[in-house]
Design a protein around this ligand. Structure first.
Ligand SMILES: Cc1cc2nc3c(=O)[nH]c(=O)nc-3n(C[C@H](O)[C@H](O)[C@H](O)COP(=O)(O)OP(=O)(O)OC[C@H]3O[C@@H](n4cnc5c(N)ncnc54)[C@H](O)[C@@H]3O)c2cc1C
Length: 522
């Protein structure tokens, strides 16, 4: 059995669906092949987990999508299919040993907040400086570096900054967050408010480029808030699939791609695990990791050996853990200003953040983890029955395999067994209890997804790495996915790699799908 389309796309995550929808809008027939029984990849909205609740089991927050170029071209089509975004004026906050703070989208509230912390001038100066270069900063993350067109971006940067300015900006781009925060702000609360955001791009406060990422995300949140789609990410997934299928395309579920078909050095389609072949006349896009692409899907093809070697050496980052709690009432925060905040980081401070990232990089369970407490119902109340609420809790400082416990309390056979995961979840709840006093008494149900569960839900999350590849600078931007295979070209004509393992990296922006679709349509 075989079918032919203009394009075949392996995987159905955000990048695959963005690329598919853009191509479909231009008249291409597109087949999406997804190995699991639902589309969306790291977007997994569930109404079965807790009765009456809508839970984002994996990703939840859409600022990257709404602020990115893919949404700009697809917004009308999504709206026509019923996608509706809601937002909040209190996107993020922090509770730390030195106090608490909220970052708002309201400049007056921020003036009051940073004034009270003694950091108003520093905050304003940071925003003004970043604002004057925002087009370059966001452009850097959205540029297809390996096209001659990108030289225009370099030229613009040179004109805007001058030769010395460009060199200085290069150094600024590489600075870690910890020294930048220490140099710029006085309050430990301000530092703890901003620093954990680097975790959301896979970095720690001592990693190169984490200052740049912290500035980008802080400014984006202060300007754009924390939008989510009403009813969950599934509404966006369904709408993108509908754009593709209504233009003659197909979504194939339980369609595990085992091979990319190559003939005369050109990709001509894919073969599924059951032997079915789906042919592509114009392009094949693979939203998989480099190792899966070069050493599995292209195992029989003529691929440069150095690519295969580099793909085997592609590094994965720390593992993720995702915890969901159904609450019978609103969380009772000791600091009531946290009640309306979409996403609160709970941590001791900069030292615990640095300690936890390093511990997990070395294989140890942190004793004072940084806890991301998402409150989806503060933005979209439809996610829980009237009067009830949900906690979406994320942990980012977890080793993929465990050598020990920094607190010397949890034993492990080296894996994230159910017992280890449960014991670690208890550590997290105990750490939250002084801040959310009813976290145990109002909890009616709890689900914890550890690294093993994440990988079994999505093969791209190797070892539970939510970002499908370490995002430290040698594997980022110009060098993502590989220094020997940069950008989205694969060395096989008509075959493109997209997804979080490729530039511009992880997140719901759909950036790599956008860049490749734009290139195919140009
Ligand atoms: C727990 C978690 C929380 C997150 N929270 C946020 C958030 O709130 N906001 C945000 O912006 N980002 C968040 N992220 C990051 C973001 O969700 C991901 O980076 C992004 O969704 C990845 O999209 P992708 O296009 O790379 O594809 P993915 O979503 O990774 O999907 C890839 C798909 O390809 C399929 N596939 C793989 N191999 C094959 C094959 N051989 N054949 C067929 N199908 C195959 C997989 O089954 C999967 O469905 C989160 C990630 C995780 C894991």
């Amino acid at each position: 059995m075989s079918r032919t389309f203009d394009a075949v796309i392996v995987g159905s995550g955000m990048n695959a669906l963005v690329a598919g929808a853009m191509l479909a809008k231009d008249g291409w027939s597109v087949a999406i092949c997804e190995r699991s029984d639902r589309p969306g990849g790291a977007i997994f909205t569930s109404t079965d987990t807790f009765d009456g609740y809508t839970v984002e089991l994996l990703s939840s927050w859409h600022p990257l999508f709404l602020g990115g170029p893919a949404y700009a071209v697809l917004a009308d089509d999504l709206a026509a299919r019923g996608v509706r975004y809601v937002n909040t004026t209190s996107p993020t906050g922090v509770v730390c040993a030195d106090g608490s703070a909220v970052l708002s989208t309201d400049p007056d509230r921020n003036a009051e907040q940073f004034g009270a912390l003694g950091d108003l001038d520093a905050w304003n100066a940071m925003l003004a400086d970043f604002g004057s270069k925002a087009d370059l900063a966001f452009g850097l993350l959205g540029t297809d570096f390996w096209r001659t067109k990108s030289l225009g971006f370099g030229w613009k940067a040179l004109r805007q900054l001058g030769r010395r300015g460009l060199m200085a900006s290069g150094a600024e781009l590489l600075e870690p967050a910890a020294p930048w925060l220490d140099r710029t702000f006085t309050s430990p609360v301000t530092k703890s408010l901003l620093a954990p955001w680097a975790l959301h791009n896979g970095l720690g406060p001592d990693d190169a480029s984490s200052a740049f990422i912290t500035k980008v995300i802080s400014a984006a949140i202060a300007w754009g808030g924390m939008p989510v789609p009403v009813g969950g990410g599934v509404t966006v997934v369904d709408a993108l699939v509908d754009i593709i299928t209504s233009a003659g395309g197909e979504l194939r579920l339980n369609a595990d791609v085992h091979k990319v078909l190559v003939s005369d050095d050109r990709a001509t389609g894919v073969e599924l695990a059951d032997g079915e072949r789906i042919h592509a006349t114009r392009a094949v896009l693979a939203s998989v990791t480099p190792n899966a692409l070069y050493n599995h899907l292209l195992a029989d093809a003529d691929v440069a050996p150095e690519r295969r070697t580099a793909a085997s050496a592609f590094r994965y980052g720390r593992a993720g853990i995702q915890m969901h709690i159904a609450m019978s009432e609103a969380p009772q925060w000791t600091d009531p200003t946290m009640r309306d905040v979409a996403l609160v980081h709970v941590l001791d401070g900069m030292d615990s953040l640095s300690e936890s990232v390093n511990a997990s990089n070395r294989g140890f369970l942190p004793r004072r983890p940084t806890i991301v407490v998402g409150q989806p119902t503060t933005v979209d109340p439809s996610r829980a029955p009237e009067g009830k609420s949900l906690l979406w809790i994320q942990l980012q400082e977890n080793p993929r395999s465990i050598r020990g416990d920094l607190a010397d309390q949890i034993s492990s056979d080296g894996t994230w067994s159910d017992a280890t995961l449960e014991a670690y979840a208890e550590r997290v709840i105990a750490q939250l209890e002084p801040h959310i006093t009813n976290i145990r008494t109002a909890a009616t149900a709890r689900v914890v997804l550890g690294p093993q569960q994440l990988e079994s839900l999505n093969a791209n999350l190797v070892g539970g790495d939510p970002y499908a590849g370490d995002c430290r600078v040698d594997q980022y931007a110009l060098w993502r996915p590989l220094a020997t295979a940069t950008g989205h070209e694969t060395g096989v004509r008509g075959l493109w790699q997209i997804g979080a393992s490729t530039h511009p990296g992880p997140g719901l922006g759909g950036g790599s799908g956008f860049l490749v679709a734009q290139r195919l349509l140009s």
